[in-house]
Design a protein around this ligand. Structure first.
Ligand SMILES: C[S@@+](CC[C@H](N)C(=O)[O-])C[C@H]1O[C@@H](n2cnc3c(N)ncnc32)[C@H](O)[C@@H]1O
Length: 485
């Protein structure tokens, strides 16, 4: 969870039956492949059951969540989890009112075993259990100092996890490693090309940046390992490193340390990292000097049997999808990025030269790109850019155009409301044309998704495009009812 614990489907409600189906069908049991399995429980040999059968067998809790959706849940009590709890106890972690459970709407998460009051500390992770750049100094510190390039916290924690997995038995961390996700197939960075191309434009750019980052971090780590190959049990493959990098990306908390750059302030905190996200969870996370532990306090009460959440931050679903591999219902932070649609929009009477000059002007003024639609408004940047596009005819050298440009600057600076009444009248008309273009794209993508085999990723993308369509429809509605954009 990169940024702070205050830092991401529940699938669309209309898709909830699909969700339950996909939960059952999901092959990604959350234990890590290739790691030694726990010994059978001493009293009786437990068979690890699939999610659906566990849900069926232990339908212990069945309640409505905030969105009115029926949520089924089942406590996870397999040997792996029992071993993990014993490991936590051995590490000095205090008992909590939380237990690992499977939920029909979110997958694995933490359930309250007793009522929890607002203001209670829900998890406490002792310093010795936090994996940070600082805690790893004794293993890697002098090696990092000798290495010519900068190695950040994310890289070193990912490398550390990848190395522990290479020799899990001697790592002392086997019970934790076993509970980590086996794969990250719902992360867009792992999407096959045919799904990647259905992502919204801003998400594609985000995934490409993430891919480049993982590759660059892997390359640098490989260089680091050239002079430190005694750390390795066997060569580290890109896939193994990517998996460990994603473990860090999806599970780390933000932990401030004065001596480090902000980007280095991350920590892996076993136990705490089983808490799922919802945008309306209210929690505080801090390091308590008295108990020398990282604590999470909930500011909201929970009833026994409910899922306890934290808040990964005020993120829209595209961001959550790319960074964490899921989306949440009713996310108030959603918006639609329309940069490409704006650039492709044809404006009647606008010549190619005029369009190029306008885009240059927008660039110089710092107004090129980052154009978005929210449910209730059109971003100021998009309004400003549209106003300029609607100055026609546009001959840079003409007095009339220079005057219009001066007026445009005044509008952007807030000194004027409009370039001219004629220009202002055209703005909603062309915002609606832009919306029509996005609606066509959303429809095309939803049709393409409807033809695909159901999977979590397909459902996530369906939700993102349904939300896009809803936001765009609400803007079209505003245009029709002549509301302010
Ligand atoms: C910090 S971990 C939380 C524990 C995780 N569910 C597990 O079983 O290990 C973050 C990951 O949990 C999942 N997750 C978190 N919140 C979720 C939610 N509201 N709905 C669905 N999946 C969620 C995503 O896969 C995310 O990458």
């Amino acid at each position: 969870m990169p940024p702070p614990p205050n830092k991401r489907l529940k699938p669309d409600r209309s898709n909830s039956s699909l969700v339950a189906k996909a939960l059952g069908a999901d092959s990604s049991s959350p234990s890590l492949g290739g790691l030694p399995s726990p010994a059978p429980s001493s009293t009786k040999t437990r068979q690890r059951k699939g999610r659906t059968s566990r849900l069926r067998a232990q339908k212990k809790h069945n309640e409505l969540n905030g969105g009115g959706e029926r949520v089924e849940s089942a406590i996870i009590k397999d040997q792996e989890y029992m071993d993990f709890l014993e490991w936590l106890r051995d590490q000095g972690c205090p008992r909590t009112k939380l237990t690992l459970a499977e939920f029909s709407n979110t997958g694995r998460g933490m359930m309250a075993t007793k009522d929890i009051k607002a203001g209670e500390v829900i998890v406490e992770v002792p310093e010795r259990n936090l994996v940070t750049l600082k805690s790893l100094q004794s293993i890697y510190g002098s090696r990092i100092t000798r290495f010519a390039k900068k190695i950040n916290s994310h890289m070193i924690i990912a490398l550390h996890i990848a190395l522990l997995v290479q020799a899990p038995e001697k790592s002392g961390w086997l019970p934790y490693l076993r509970l980590l996700p086996k794969k990250f197939d719902t992360m867009p960075v792992r999407y096959p090309p045919e799904l990647m191309e259905i992502l919204p434009q801003n998400a594609i750019a985000h995934v490409n940046r993430q891919k480049a980052k993982i590759q660059a971090d892997y390359n640098c780590t490989m260089e680091f390992l050239q002079s430190n190959n005694d750390l390795l049990t066997r060569p580290l493959t890109y896939e193994e490193y990517e998996w460990a990098w994603l473990v860090v990306n999806t599970r780390c908390i933000y932990l401030e340390s004065k001596k480090q750059t902000a980007a280095d302030n991350i920590a892996l905190a076993p136990m705490l990292d089983f808490l799922n996200h919802t945008h309306d969870a209210k929690t505080e996370g801090y390091f308590c000097p008295k108990t020398k532990s990282y604590q999470i306090k909930t500011l909201l009460p929970y009833k026994k049997g409910e899922q306890v959440f934290i808040n990964y931050g005020p993120h829209d679903n595209c961001f959550i999808l790319v960074e964490y591999g899921f989306v949440t219902p009713n996310n108030p932070y959603n918006y639609v990025t329309v940069d490409d649609d704006f650039l492709n929009l044809s404006i009647p009477g606008e010549t190619a030269v005029a369009k190029k000059d306008k885009l240059e002007l927008l660039d110089m003024a710092g107004y090129l790109g980052d154009y978005v639609l929210h449910r209730d408004d059109v971003s100021f940047r998009l309004m400003a850019a549209m106003r300029l596009r609607l100055v026609n005819p546009f001959y840079k050298a003409s007095v009339a155009t220079q005057l219009a440009i001066a007026q445009w600057h005044n509008v952007v600076n807030g000194e004027l409301d409009q370039i001219s009444p004629e220009n202002e009248q055209l703005v909603p008309v062309h915002i609606e044309r832009l919306c029509d273009q996005i609606m066509l794209n959303a429809k095309h993508n939803l049709n393409a998704l409807a033809r695909k085999k159901t999977s979590f990723s397909v459902m996530h993308l369906q939700q993102v495009w349904i939300e896009t369509r809803d936001i765009v429809l609400s803007i079209i509605d505003r245009v029709h009812s002549q509301k302010q954009l």
